[in-house]
Design a protein around this ligand. Structure first.
Ligand SMILES: NC(=O)c1ccc[n+]([C@@H]2O[C@H](COP(=O)([O-])OP(=O)(O)OC[C@H]3O[C@@H](n4cnc5c(N)ncnc54)[C@H](OP(=O)(O)O)[C@@H]3O)[C@@H](O)[C@H]2O)c1
Length: 302
């Protein structure tokens, strides 16, 4: 594995927009199974306010988190939004009334979902909309043509309802095609020190200078990622050396992979948020990175 750099500057770019390299992933703010309200809505709003206080200017969300629950919390906590806050959503699925994930990826569905996000967030324009594909999760699924899906989002961009277009959970080939078709503001795929199967897609992003925004950066709550990090001897050795936590080492490792790597760690805890924001102060040296190359992969799925 190659490592691109060992130091991190505070800002990088989402498309052409400068953003703090550590943003916030809002999925953890919904109830269990990303469905329904959280046990402590006041606490969830407090996390969002503290994130902005600490310099977060990039929040990743989706109308289908809840559904509506997470976007409502964001609006209640932060509207009117700071001028520099970039709100990013994803479209391509919906939920049924039991919380099951239902495909909703035809061009008309995508347009409808963007409108739902605009409405629930209380904005006239999304800073970035990711087209969430399922080719990584379920290679046998027949999906609408990429050209048609991106065409629908490009029409909304023309109308001023979207600033940037991204893709999520996609192959390297889709990134190349999508970038040629619409010019990508980001790629959002699963990637972490525990699951590096997306390295070929990251390489395409490096070659083209596209922001890469890993989801499941701590190895996924669904599969016990933070605990697996803490249990790894290489991660814990480097953590002890720096006097930081295993989760912080995992995030610092991600930042060292690419200067346009933007993090959106998800948390429902102010203490974890503060820990995550402090990661920019950790500088991993060549010895640390060599040690971390030995971490046993534990792919988490997509
Ligand atoms: N495009 C997609 O398909 C897709 C899929 C999944 C997620 N996402 C986005 O990516 C974001 C990040 O993914 P994720 O939230 O699923 O990440 P993750 O890697 O699963 O990490 C979240 C888990 O880590 C814990 N955590 C966070 N900070 C921690 C810390 N400092 N120490 C210990 N534990 C910590 C959280 O628990 P606590 O709440 O207790 O801190 C939660 O259990 C999501 O919020 C969402 O915005 C996108």
């Amino acid at each position: 594995m190659t490592t691109q750099s060992t130091t991190s500057s505070v800002t990088s770019f989402l498309g052409d927009k400068p953003v703090h390299r550590i943003g916030f992933g809002a999925m953890q703010l919904a109830g269990p199974g990303v469905f329904g309200p959280p046990a402590d809505p006041d606490g969830a709003r407090a996390v969002l306010r503290r994130a902005v206080e600490l310099g977060v200017d990039h929040i990743d969300t989706a109308q289908f988190y809840g559904p509506d629950v997470v976007n409502d919390l964001i609006r209640e906590a932060l509207h009117p939004y700071p001028e520099n806050l970039r709100l990013v959503t994803k479209v391509g699925a919906t939920r049924d009334d039991q919380g099951a994930w239902v495909p909703g990826a035809e061009p008309a569905d995508l347009k409808h979902q963007v409108e739902q996000n605009l409405r629930s967030l209380g904005v006239e324009r999304m800073d970035l909309v990711n087209l969430r594909r399922f080719e990584r999760d379920d290679p046998d699924r027949v999906e609408p043509a990429l050209e048609d899906q991106l065409g629908a989002l490009a029409e909304l961009r023309e109308e001023g309802k979207i600033d940037l277009i991204g893709v999520s959970s996609v192959t390297a080939e889709t990134v190349r095609r999508a970038h040629e078709l619409v010019g990508l503001g980001e790629v959002q795929n699963a990637f972490s020190i525990l699951d590096r199967t997306d390295e070929p897609v990251l390489e395409v992003c490096r070659e083209r200078g596209i922001a890469y925004v890993p989801y499941f950066p701590l190895g996924s709550a669904f599969t016990g990622g933070p605990a697996a990090l803490a249990a790894d001897e290489h991660v814990s050795t480097v953590a002890a050396r720096h006097g930081v936590t295993a989760s912080q080492v995992a995030l610092a490792w991600l930042l060292a992979q690419y200067d346009r790597m933007l993090l959106i760690p998800g948390t429902s805890s102010v203490a974890h948020l503060e820990e995550n924001m402090a990661v920019l102060d950790i500088v991993l040296d060549a010895d640390d990175l060599a040690r971390l190359d030995q971490v046993e992969p534990k792919p988490v799925g997509h």
